[in-house]
Design a protein around this ligand. Sequence first.
Ligand SMILES: Nc1ncnc2c1ncn2[C@@H]1O[C@H](COP(=O)(O)OP(=O)(O)OP(=O)(O)O)[C@@H](O)[C@H]1O
Length: 240
Amino acid sequence: MIEISGLTKRYGDVVVVDGLSFEVRPGRVTGFLGPNGAGKSTTMRILLGLARASSGSATIDGQLYSELREPLRQVGALLEATPVQRGRTAYRHLLALAQTHGIAASRVEEVLDLVGLTSVAGRSSAEFSLGMRQRLGVAAVLLGEPSTLVLDEPANGLDPAGVHWLRNLLRDQAAEGRTVFVSSHLISEMALTADQLVVVGRGRLLADLPIAELTSGHASLEEAYLQLTGDSVEFSGGAR
Ligand SMILES: Nc1ncnc2c1ncn2[C@@H]1O[C@H](COP(=O)(O)OP(=O)(O)OP(=O)(O)O)[C@@H](O)[C@H]1O
């Protein structure tokens, strides 16, 4: 379980996460939504020990990321632009990760198969398309069979078949009892993937509800979301 408690992050005088509290429970997919700049990535980066909270806490199974004894086995994380060592093949990249975390080499082939990259496993990841890099990132997430998955915009760059594949994968992972926390801007996709939605705006919690409750009384989840976040949008174009 993920617990975000009174989390605040300031950069100088600017508060980008503002007293955020919510829980992400196992056994379901929780979507993390909010306008550009709402603080989603910052929250995930703090959760993964990549940024420091100004106050409050973000824990995984009751521990800070830095306290986890076997991080790759406990948490699988995919952040935007997860770096892959240049020039390494997909197989070598995953094998290096497995070897440094006490994971059997046979698991590398399993995850390559799970993400559909077996046929290009010997190719340098520097030649990969955006969608292929995302799949490789997901392979790394799954490598240690972690009980918690944290994914920032995982559908980024995936083609429609890839989005469909990712949806089923996340739902399967949740059905197996894992905690799945995923940020996305694709509202219609989240409607199909997530069970629960946490919506933030300007660093604050706007909603933490099952999809059906959030959508209730609205024509669609998109309409419910736009109404909820209408006052929190910082960057908007002219046309509506
Ligand atoms: N290292 C940093 N220094 C200063 N400001 C930062 C830093 N990282 C993020 N911010 C600011 O924090 C705010 C929240 O950014 P964040 O990336 O968390 O939002 P987001 O909800 O993930 O947005 P998006 O949907 O556009 O990815 C933004 O205003 C951003 O400019």
